[in-house]
Design a protein around this ligand. Structure first.
Ligand code: IMP
Ligand code: MG
Length: 188
């Protein structure tokens, strides 16, 4: 198998800090949705680790349903391709109710904006978004984020569900992707 031009480098957010913040988000979301139904929709595949932890940080009393939607705007590179593909969402919302989109990272905002538009069109009672990472990158698209785990600088990160070319999702910390030996690709 070919050696990737990038490898995971320094730890940006250690796992203990992630766990602590996810617990805080869980408490906040639980109190905001106290007494109501909640449909949490994880965005595949980057949010699976965050979603799994966030769901278990919700109070047992919250009436939660869980589903997933596929979305993508990245190829195997580290910059957005621009076109966004989103799977079907109508069936997710058909029962009505409060929808919480659970996403990994908002970069240009394009993916999240398209997702939010699709969900809104399906007519949920309410629509909010939780994003683990809010990248301080030029935002091309308007997309309100109601719950933010961390604001991070404009660097490409991997781990805790986030990938580079489908790799490194299993790393427990969030790390900055760094140019490996032989790389001729410039990092943003
Ligand atoms: P946007 O549409 O430009 O906001 O890009 C959002 C999507 O691109 C995220 O859901 C991720 O799948 C991917 N992405 C953006 N930045 C990163 C990163 O630093 N690491 C891994 N994936 C990223
Ligand atoms: Mg994603």
């Amino acid at each position: 198998m070919e050696t990737p031009p990038y490898t995971p480098g320094r730890i940006l957010i250690p796992q203990a800090r992630i766990a602590e913040r996810v617990r805080e988000l869980g408490r906040q979301i639980s109190s905001d949705y106290a007494g109501s139904d909640l449909l949490a929709v994880g965005v595949l595949r980057g949010s699976v680790v965050f979603a799994a932890d966030l769901l278990r940080a919700l109070e047992p009393e919250i009436r939660v349903r869980v589903d997933f939607v596929r979305a993508g705007s990245y190829g195997d590179g580290t910059t957005s391709r621009g076109e966004v593909t989103v799977g079907e969402t109508d069936h997710l919302v058909s029962a009505g109710g409060n929808v919480l989109i659970v996403d990994d990272v908002v970069d240009t905002g394009r993916t999240l904006r398209v997702l939010q538009e699709k969900f809104r069109a399906a007519g949920p009672r309410s629509l909010r978004t939780a994003a683990l990472l809010d990248k301080q990158a030029p935002r091309t698209d308007d997309c309100p984020i109601d719950y933010i785990g961390f604001s991070i600088p404009d660097v490409f990160v991997v781990g805790y569900g986030l990938d580079y070319a489908q790799r490194y999702r299993h790393l427990p910390d969030i790390r900055v992707l760094e140019a490996g030996p032989g790389s001729n690709v410039k990092q943003r």
